[in-house]
Design a protein around this ligand. Sequence first.
Ligand SMILES: Nc1nc2c(ncn2[C@@H]2O[C@H](COP(=O)(O)OP(=O)(O)OP(=O)(O)O)[C@@H](O)[C@H]2O)c(=O)[nH]1
Ligand SMILES: [Mg+2]
Length: 387
Amino acid sequence: MIIKKFEAETETQAILKAREELGEKAIVMNIKTTKPKGLFSFLRKTVVEVTAAIDENGQNMSSTATIDLEQLKVALNEDKAPSAIEEKLNSLTQLISTQISSNQEKEEKKKEPKKASKEKKEDFWDKSLQLIYEQLVRNEVEPVYAKQMIYEVTKKGDKDIQLDNILSAVYQRIVLNLGEMETIQIQGKKPKIVFFIGPTGVGKTTTLAKIASKHKLENNAKIAMITADTYRIAAVEQLKIYANILSVPVEVIYEVNELKDTIEKFSQYDLILVDTAGRSHKNLEQCQDVKDLVSSVSEYEKEVYLVLSATTKYKDMQKIVDTYSDISDCRLIFTKLDETSAYGNVLNMKLKTDLSLSYTTYGQDVPDDISIMDPQMIAKQLLGGNE
Ligand SMILES: Nc1nc2c(ncn2[C@@H]2O[C@H](COP(=O)(O)OP(=O)(O)OP(=O)(O)O)[C@@H](O)[C@H]2O)c(=O)[nH]1
Ligand SMILES: [Mg+2]
């Protein structure tokens, strides 16, 4: 992994510099703005420092990973102020340092100085890694992935490395592993058909409404909705209410073969958002109906979002993604981040499936409680806090 810092007067300029030097696949790890302080500060310019990285082997990075300036700016602007999570990350550094040094002080008193210093380094190294590992596992990163990441960042075996550097190397590894987000873009051939599929009650309909609202209000996109959920009582009503609020048309389909004609009606639209009935992954027949619906659309550009609740157990989540694994190019949305304090499953699922991540939702409010997933926020939470 190559990691470099780039300085410029603005964020965009710094990202462009990174892109020029490291290429299209570079990923932004952090953005820091330093405002001049002290006397005559008004004469000095603000400096923006962008840390960008690229994996030399291209491993664990989505093949389409690029720096999308607009997308990055949206994701990063939300995280400018030092957050509670950042403070926790600092406190983790302090916690590790204090725990290690207090143990060492006791033991060193018993040893010769030279031997003690060598052991001090090794002890520090092992204990730091152990604590970072435990922190990741506490936040529900699967032990195998936590070990793998720690192994990757430490395989050079440089035991002179400082704690800050070990933490930041793991942080960078998490951000790289989460990859570049892939979200709905209103470009190219019209209409684009977007399916929302997944287990019952995870927030498919609510997420569809949030996305519809954002695209309508922010991009003035022409949107239509279709629901194939005639299974649950009031499901159609639920979507109709959102459609009415947004003044967008909605159609109900009862059979797979009705989808094509319904799409035809909306051929002049930018986005056609298709809501599907929630299905238990254990009911293979019902899941097959959803897959048939998705595969019945072939002559239009389509995107499929598998909606997962961050509160679902990892074991069940694995089975859910396995059930839908024959849908190619599916993307993952994680909902209900507000209902959990451990985001490990986001990383676990990315590492297990290598599917692109896209949005996260964190509340019931339409349209506010949704954003493009922020890998830096996830990485900080995994290392910094579990509240
Ligand atoms: N806390 C929280 N609740 C959410 C979130 N997203 C959706 N919900 C709530 O979850 C419940 C189910 O949401 P729906 O959008 O109906 O879920 P669905 O996947 O369409 O459900 P089915 O169509 O029945 O499978 C509702 O009460 C939503 O308000 C979220 O990000 N956080
Ligand atoms: Mg629904």
